[in-house]
Every structure is written in C-alpha cells, then in structure tokens.
Design a protein around this ligand. Structure first.
Ligand code: NAD
Length: 249
C-alpha cells in the first residue's frame, strides 16, 4: 500500500508498465493504482503477474519482450482494454551476470533484447496513441551501472547507457507532440531478487560505506519518483536522467 503524495491529475490516467510483475515494476504498478490510475502491465512471470493483478485490479498480459512482435501486439491489446496510453514506464530488465571475454553473440543479443530493444519499440508503439491524445509521459528505467560499469554486466551496462541516450533522443524528437521522456537511474534497490541473488550482508556493508544516506533504497522510493515524472507536476521536465541511489557521490 502506497502512502506518499497524491497527484490528482494521475487519477484515471492510462498507464502501461513493462516487467511489472515483481520488484520495482510491481511497486510502480501498485503506486499508480493507489493514485486511481488505470494500469496495464506485461511480464514473463505469469504467476506473479496474475497475483498482482488480482490484488489491485490492474490488467495483466503475459509476454516475453524478446519477441518484439508479441510485445507490440500485447501493448496494442492493453491499450485497447485501458482505452489508451497516457504514461509508459519502460521497466523490464534482466541483470544476469556474464564474463565479457566469453559472452557469445546469442547471449549478447538476447541480453539487449530484454534490456534495450523494448524501450525503443514499446515507446514507438505508445507514441502512436499519445500523439493522437496530444500528450504523454514516458519514464525509462536505466541504472547507475550505466556510469559505474561493473565488470560482470557488460551487456546490461551497455543497454542502460543506451537507454539514457535514447531517452534524450526521443525527448527531442517527440516534444513537439507533447510527449515527455525521462530516465530514472536507481542505485542498489532492495528487491526480493536482489536479496536472493546478489545483495549479501557483506555487499550491503560495502554499499553503505559508499552512499551518503545510510539507509536502504526500496522499490517504493523509485515508484514515487516515477509518479512525479508522470504527473503534470513535472510538465516542464523532459530529456533528463534522475539518479536515485542514496547519494553515491
Ligand atoms: N534492483 C536494483 O537494484 C536496480 C538498480 C538499478 C536499476 N534497476 C532497474 O530498475 C528496473 C526494475 O528493476 P528490478 O530490480 O525490479 O528488476 P527485476 O529483474 O527484479 O524485475 C524485472 C521484471 O521484468 C520481468 N522480465 C524479465 N525478463 C523478461 C522478459 N523477457 N519478458 C518480460 N518480462 C521479463 C521479470 O519477471 C520481472 O518481473 C530494471 O530496469 C532495472 O534494470 C534496478
């Protein structure tokens, strides 16, 4: 349950979230529902997506975003069921680790097809609807790893850096249609997946030494920033990348 600021203009807005079944995406879905927005989301995780949709009344479609045609047709379907798209949150990602020296072409392509390609093609698809409505906001999830570049995430880092460049490019290209495009770059956000796979007690101690705020960043922190960038309260902001990492400076 979300207890942050209320944005009255978000009530009734049509919101589409990619990778919305778990983690930060699920917090974003819940945060928009708590604002009274109509939300559709897609994810490869059928079970978690179904549970979340049943819990908060969002519309869910299972989809593997690596299949761009399927992605576009699911977006069209959700858009039709929602009655349009005002806000698109490009959240889907996969942060699996790999060795840069031995990463094969197929694995590289697959990684970019989860982490980068959907931002381009979901945005293109949503633009058609936003254009006809004369307004829209797109929020893309990048990462501070676009800058920090940890060695075992070559494809992920590349995708996340690409998302920042794409954000600026689309903001420039689509501002004339009233469509804003911004990026959010989280630091380490404590999700169940991070706790299960990467965020050990030692890693967290190290992280805390590097950040100004000695507290965890949780999915709701990121969701609150996404709400602001989606609402009219940020109507003069586009083409920007907002770091939310507790101050790793
Ligand atoms: N958690 C962090 O510490 C952190 C830090 C920086 C940036 N981010 C970014 O924030 C966003 C959300 O992060 P998260 O930690 O919640 O991610 P996550 O990996 O936990 O969740 C992403 C969602 O995407 C779904 N997904 C994965 N592959 C898919 C596919 N092929 N088709 C459809 N759905 C698929 C997953 O099922 C999951 O629900 C991502 O863009 C991530 O890169 C996260």
């Amino acid at each position: 349950m979300h207890h942050g600021a209320k944005y009255p203009d978000l009530a009734g807005q049509k919101v589409l979230v990619t990778g919305g079944a778990t983690g930060i995406g699920a917090a974003i879905v819940a945060a928009f529902r708590a604002q009274g927005a109509e939300v559709g989301f897609l994810d490869i995780d059928d079970k978690a997506g179904g549970l979340l949709a049943a819990e908060n009344g969002a519309k869910f479609r299972v989809c593997d975003v690596c299949d761009v045609r399927a992605l576009c047709s699911v977006i069209d379907d959700l858009s039709e069921r929602l009655g349009g798209i005002d806000i698109l949150v490009n959240n889907v990602a996969n942060d699996e680790r790999h060795d840069a020296a031995s990463l094969g072409w197929d694995a590289w392509r697959r990684n970019l097809s989860v982490n980068l390609d959907p931002v381009m093609f979901a945005s293109q698809r949503a633009l058609q609807v936003m254009k006809s409505r004369g307004a829209g906001s797109i929020v893309n999830l990048s990462s501070i790893n676009a800058i920090l570049a940890p060695e075992d995430l070559a494809a992920y880092n590349t995708a996340k850096a690409g998302i920042i460049a794409l954000t600026k490019t689309l903001a420039r290209a689509w501002g004339q249609f009233g469509v804003r495009v911004n990026a959010v770059s989280p630091g380490w956000v404590v999700t169940e997946r991070q706790l299960a796979l990467w965020l050990s007690a030692d890693a967290e101690r190290d992280w805390m030494k590097q950040v100004a705020l000695k507290r965890r960043i949780v999915p709701g922190d990121v969701a609150r920033l996404v709400l602001f960038l989606s609402s009219n309260e940020s109507s003069a902001i586009t083409g920007q990348n907002f770091v939310i990492d507790g101050g790793r400076i």
